[in-house]
Design a protein around this ligand. Structure first.
Ligand SMILES: Cc1ncc(COP(=O)(O)O)c(C=O)c1O
Length: 373
């Protein structure tokens, strides 16, 4: 049995330290925010090469508050991609703004920068690229377009802790970066969590108020805020795990490199790591036109896989009101039909990669030759 992710073995490897950290929070009774969260905010912001970190209760909340801090609301438009987890679009909806999609680049699964300018209108306020699967979007052209049109750039870095674009860390490239610490993420809490990173002190101050009822000081509510605070226990757990994140990321990158080698020769379409990026492989997605058959066959061989994500957001019933139709974002639609995420976690062994790869190659070899089917 090869699991898709293995949170249990990771917990086992850090159990005594995590348990002691949780006990410390119980003893201090600092259950929401508090000193462990404050220390984690500093440490994670430094890890991202950013100045301020504002801990919140999820990645979705991070995106929501980043949009509000940028002054985005009803009547505004935000440009993002339809090939993402639904939360990216939900957060734009929470802000009151309208989502405007551009397609993805099929090589990287991230925003097609060539499509941005055509999507800009006088109502556009922000561009929200998603560093999907752990690889940063092509940020330089995005920043250049944003600058020319006076737009804010907010990174959805929920899957990209420690990822780099031309040496710059995810979360330090746009005006704000939004992270998720959902348990299965590269840096995962033991519950929910998220963070906004920013170099801008004004945004940081606004974000700190917004996550805690808009209060400047207790009961002095300056803004209409939210209860989006990060819990003390999550801060303590995340501090322990952050100390291992680089080693875990290298474990993921080694597993991905091993998969790449095993699949070399072109029988299986593997994910492209661009020369500009340090890909942190939250997900290692191959592509196949026979996805359902492959997933079922792998499951029978004890290999768990995932699909991220089977329906692009513009075709989800929940967002039908955005008015998009099938066929408008062909690369996103094709990716959604073909991607298959292979087991990927830091502790994945070379032998496990080899078992997965030989099973996948066995399936690829059975496929009819194009044109003869
Ligand atoms: C790309 C992306 N954006 C946003 C989120 C939302 O994060 P959370 O689940 O912590 O709210 C996630 C993860 O779930 C994600 O993968």
């Amino acid at each position: 049995m090869i699991p898709f992710v293995d949170l249990k073995s990771q917990y086992t490897s850090i159990k005594s330290e995590v348990n002691a950290a949780i006990q410390g929070v119980l003893d201090s009774c600092q259950f929401t925010l508090g000193s462990e969260v404050a220390a984690f905010e500093e440490e994670f912001a430094a890890y991202c090469h950013s100045k301020h970190g504002i801990g919140v209760n999820s990645g979705t909340s991070a995106l929501h508050l980043a949009l509000l801090a940028a002054g985005i609301g009803p009547g505004d438009e935000v440009i993002t991609v339809p090939f993402t987890f639904v939360a990216t679009v939900a957060a734009i909806h929470y802000s009151g703004a309208k989502t405007v999609f551009v397609d993805i680049d099929p090589r990287t699964f991230t925003m097609d920068v060539g499509g941005i300018e055509a999507a800009i209108t006088p109502k556009t306020k922000a561009i929200l690229p998603v560093h999907l699967y752990g690889q940063p979007a092509d940020m330089d052209p995005i920043l250049e377009i944003a600058k020319r049109h006076g737009l804010v750039v907010i990174e959805d870095a929920a899957q990209a802790h420690g990822a780099e674009y031309k040496g710059r860390r995810a979360g330090s490239i746009g005006e704000m970066g939004c992270f998720s610490f959902y348990p299965g993420k590269n840096l995962g809490a033991y519950g929910e969590g998220g963070m906004v990173t920013t170099a801008n002190a004004d945004y940081a101050r606004t974000l700190r108020m917004l996550r805690d009822w808009g209060a400047e000081r207790k009961y002095e509510h300056v803004l209409k805020g939210y209860n989006y605070r990060l819990e003390g226990i999550q801060g303590a757990v995340l501090r322990v795990k952050l100390r291992r994140l680089e080693a875990w990321t290298e474990g993921r990158r080694a597993a991905a490199a091993h998969y790449d080698r095993l699949f070399s020769g072109g029988v299986v379409q593997t994910p492209a790591a661009m020369p500009y990026s340090r890909h942190v492989y939250h997900i290692y997605a191959i592509r196949t036109a026979q996805r359902q058959a492959w997933q079922d066959a792998l499951q029978k061989q004890g290999i768990q896989t995932g699909i991220h994500y089977p329906i692009p957001v513009h075709l989800l019933p929940a967002y039908a009101d955005l008015g998009y139709q099938r066929g408008q974002f062909p690369h996103a639609e094709k990716a959604a039909a073909e991607v298959l995420s292979l087991p990927m976690f830091p502790e994945l062994t070379a032998a496990q990669c080899e078992t997965v790869a030989s099973a996948v190659k066995g399936l690829a070899a059975r496929e009819p030759v194009a044109g003869l089917a």
